[in-house]
Write a protein that binds this ligand. Structure first.
Ligand code: GRF
Length: 228
């Protein structure tokens, strides 16, 4: 409550203009979750944060913002498929329309991907298709690449593979180590991910095969894709 204004209530009212229910899945620090929560348009629509590990900062960030945190631990399920179905059920019970993978260090199962086709975004710390997988920053450094970056893409059944929504390059400096480079990439991620989420929720992404058209264009972003 600030100056008699309940910020969370005000944010929920703001969300009515977009009328979307978003879940964010996160496994760790949750700085990308925070960037989504802080976005004036996307943040108020986030109604659920799902973590796969108890006690991670992402869950705390959800609580601090009055967003429901739920922990789904894969070890509590008989198989990856059972975990996948439990996740889909949870998302459907919460009437979720869009899913954001914000550092969710787990491959999303086919059941969930199918249920939310073209409504799931992932943020990845490289310019895909270069350096997919869980060590993208280290892999770019080890490769001797001069440029890497951040990618937001729609999620399909393959790892770090779905159609690209937004990308932005980051120069690799001679003095970079994994930490310094990842920090600079994350600065880009924190701008790029909310912007892509906004475009998705506003219904401005049109998918044609691997190509994602940004309807009306997106002047703010490098690589916004063909305009319509
Ligand atoms: C991000 O760099 C993202 O690209 C990768 O995992 C990291 C998560 O960071 N998938 P955070 O938890 O959002 O701080």
């Amino acid at each position: 409550m600030v100056d008699g204004i309940d910020i969370i209530a005000a944010a929920r009212i703001a969300c009515l203009f977009v009328d979307a229910r978003i879940a964010v899945l996160a496994s760790g620090a949750g700085t990308n979750l925070q960037a989504l929560l802080d976005d004036p348009q996307v943040g108020p629509c986030i109604v659920l944060v799902v973590g796969d590990t108890p006690g991670v900062s992402a869950l705390e960030r959800a609580r601090a913002r009055g967003v429901k945190p739920v922990v789904l631990e894969p070890a509590h399920y008989a198989s990856p498929e059972a975990f996948d179905r439990a996740l889909t059920t949870l998302l459907e019970e919460e009437a979720i329309e869009y899913v954001m993978l914000a550092g969710f260090m787990r491959i999303l199962g086919a059941h969930t991907v199918h249920a939310f086709r073209d409504r799931i975004l992932n943020i990845h710390p490289s310019l895909l298709p270069a350096f997919p997988g869980g060590h993208a920053v280290r892999d770019a450094l080890n490769w001797g690449a001069k440029i890497t970056g951040a990618t937001v893409h729609l999620v399909d059944e393959e790892v770090d593979h779905g159609p690209t929504v937004l990308q932005e390059p980051v120069l690799i400096l001679p003095e970079d180590d994994e930490r310094t480079l990842h920090l600079r990439i994350q600065e880009v991620e924190h701008r790029l991910f909310p912007r892509a989420a906004r475009l998705l929720v506003e219904g401005r992404l049109k998918v044609e095969g691997r190509l994602v058209h940004v309807l009306g264009g997106d002047e703010e972003t490098i690589g916004a894709g063909p305009k319509e």
